[in-house]
Design a binder for this molecule. Structure first.
Ligand SMILES: [Zn+2]
Length: 150
């Protein structure tokens, strides 16, 4: 039986209050809905995200990135659902992102993201672009790094 992973369709980007790097937590549709409820109505984070691990909840609540949580609380955990901008940018706008943004200036960003041009982006950059351009209502990045319609 082939196990299909639930796609991550939404990413919550936060700037870490300790180190200032921007991190994105990728979420499933269910988690996105939980997050929207939490963002609107507040409440206890453990009630809003009953199935989520402690480190992700901490990120949602306080914005501490995985690295700082490790430093603060000694927690070591799976970073696979996180994208940390420092990991991928190293302080500079990467070439692929630059090229993509140049193309986006000439075309509608929605068209660029669905065009061949978007193929120059890494999976991480695609996720960041969708988040930054507020396109996550329409598109998501699947496990193979393809941009799909939601
Ligand atoms: Zn940090």
């Amino acid at each position: 039986m082939k196990q299909t992973k639930t796609p991550k369709v939404f990413s919550l980007g936060k700037e870490c209050p300790m180190c200032g790097q921007k991190a994105y937590l990728r979420m499933t549709e269910e988690e996105e809905n939980q997050w929207r409820k939490y963002a609107c109505f507040g409440g206890h984070i453990q009630d809003r995200f009953p199935d989520m691990d402690v480190q992700k909840r901490e990120f949602i609540k306080s914005g501490y990135c995985p690295d700082c949580q490790k430093a603060l609380f000694g927690t070591e955990y799976d970073r696979s659902d996180f994208i940390i901008v420092d990991d991928i940018e190293d302080g500079e706008v990467p070439e692929d992102v630059k090229k993509f943004l140049e193309a986006a200036e000439k075309m509608n960003v929605k068209d660029v993201i669905k065009s061949e041009t978007a193929n120059i982006l890494t999976t991480e950059h695609k996720v960041v672009m969708l988040s930054e351009f507020d396109l996550e209502d329409i598109f998501y990045v699947d496990d193979d790094g393809n941009i799909k319609d939601r």
